[in-house]
Design a protein around this ligand. Structure first.
Ligand code: SF4
Length: 222
């Protein structure tokens, strides 16, 4: 559980990485977290003990993955974390609307991955219907009024600059106000066919056009 100020904006937080994901994103840089089980796992009790020792020091606990919303026990785990006095963050790729809906009321902040335009999402995730699920989850998040950032991970083999602008326009039209574009960390990607050199193809004009669509726009890992 690394301590960080990057995973929950302006808060000292720790991240609980949940094992397992139902998608197979070609650029996934943490493929070890995709299978439902791993060799090295921590019990929830040991995590609670860790958190109890850091009450007053840490401000937030972020559940990440893999895909944290697939954990049946996520909601009660979030409730326990809140009882200890921490804020609750969630990193999700929005892969299952019902699962997201169940835990949203417990979240104080959500980092939400939007993969691509709905019709193109399967090209990244390898899973039919993933685009519909991803955008339905986005709608649930926006309707909830919970603080969030909406982010798209870019590998330029999979999304060209024009496609990124089109995606940003559709997100803006949908009501997204906070948008982040993050370049893929190419080390250890699931699909070894993707080029390791992911040079920034965005022009100043592209970044400017995107920035005008949102109240806040951030680029990461350029
Ligand atoms: S949704 Fe996230 S964890 Fe799951 S395969 Fe895609 S990048 Fe990896």
């Amino acid at each position: 559980m690394p301590l960080t100020t990057l995973d929950y904006p302006d808060h000292l937080s720790c991240v609980v990485f949940c094992q397992g994901c139902a998608w197979r994103c070609r650029y996934c840089h943490n493929p070890d977290l995709i299978p439902p089980r791993a060799q090295q796992m921590h019990s929830w009790e040991s995590i609670l003990e860790f958190l109890q020792r850091r009450q007053g020091l840490l401000e937030a606990v972020v559940f990440s993955g893999g895909e944290a919303t697939l954990q049946q026990a996520l909601k009660p785990a979030m409730q326990e974390v809140k009882k200890l006095g921490f804020k609750v963050g969630l990193h999700t790729a929005g892969i299952n609307p019902k699962a997201l809906e169940r835990v949203l009321p417990e979240c104080d902040w959500v980092g939400f991955d939007i993969k691509a335009l709905a019709e193109n999402t399967e090209l990244i995730t390898g899973v039919p219907g993933s685009g519909q699920a991803n955008w339905q989850c986005l709608d649930l998040l926006l309707a909830s009024g919970i603080d969030y950032e909406c982010r798209t991970t870019v590998h330029w083999d999979l999304l060209d600059p024009q496609g990124l602008l089109q995606l940003a326009q559709r997100l803006s039209a949908r009501g997204v106000a906070h948008f982040v574009v993050q370049h893929v960390r190419t080390q250890g990607m699931l699909d070894e066919q993707l080029t390791e050199h992911n040079a920034n193809l965005g022009t100043q004009a592209l970044w400017h056009d995107i920035s005008t669509l949102f109240s806040s726009f951030v680029r990461r890992n350029d």
